[in-house]
Design a protein. Sequence first.
Length: 399
Amino acid sequence: MVMKYILIRKNVKENEMYLSSVFQAELKEVFGNLSKNTFELDFAGKTYILNYKFSNKQNNVYHLYIEFHASPAIEAEVLNEVSKKLNRSSIRKKHNLIVAFDEVSEYYCGKISTKFGKSERLLRELIFLIMVKTFGAEWGKKTIAKEILDNVKASAKGMSEAQIIENALYEMTIAQLEDYLFKPYSELEKNLELEEEFNKVDINQLTEEEGLNWLKIMQKRSLWDDYFVGYDLGMEDIQQDLETIRKYRNKVAHNKNFSKEDFDYSRKVLNEFNSTLSSAINNIEERDFAKTDWHVLYKSATNMISRMMGILGEEIQESLNELSKSMAGSMSEMAKSVNNSLDQLFSVPTQNALRQIQEKNEEIVKQLSQSSLKFTQPNIPKLLDNSDDGEIDKEREEE
């Protein structure tokens, strides 16, 4: 493995010569037993011998070439330590140090890239599972804001409208996926037809119920808060994790310097993130989507009621929260009991009939939520206020 550096001497005086022996003396202060072609490095309880050569064909510029051969994992660790020593040495005070060619970064980028790829694939799978379950075939139309869709169209040149909707998540960058999940958007920003309809609305002619409907449509909420939080996926820090992953992924994708320290940290973050994502996906896949997920249903209803009644007094809000919890608990237990008994106690026609009753109950909950909004939000004056870990150890053992 090879590392190549260019060192440009600072504060060069005109006509002053800097001989190779001067630079060699500076290197001797950094590395042990420096000879004409080799030096020693003490690292992790061992002493390694590395080959080097340098030249200064230009008076104030040195080209330093360092080479070391062992197993790839040992080569990368040792040469990474060499770079750290150079960066901490007094040489940095006298020279600008440029990494011209970096096989250490190439090695670590190659080792970590598959984990970045897996995290993106798992994240897309989680989104597909929940969005298709919630919206069916219209998931793209109902959840992707025009702003994001326009950016996707710009980068996916030559694709038809249908192809873009079908492949939208695959065309999004990590930053766009973050916006898709966490940036608050209103329904107006996701639906052009609604926007056109609203532009024709005469505010003064709206009934109270119509005003409340438009208020709900104009509320800005993130997709994650509205449709993912209710599943209790154990991913409270997902937004922060994705920001960290994006930072290190960009270093790998654009072939920037990627040290062993970068590798170790991003590997730890990715291992935990991918494990959590896999568990969340398995949890959702194990649920029987043919049966009502009462936990998610009531949590979504409660969240919707809470955010639409932000102007209510604390006492009323607390009472409603207690009512929602009581309803959710009792109905959840009843639904669980019914769901577990259907397959054992009743014939198929009877099972279907009971499930239809469950669906009716869902409608009742929705109507209850809408009625609560109607009676507790009488005015709409602010309607328009839109203010491969083991492989490295194996390589070390082979050395």
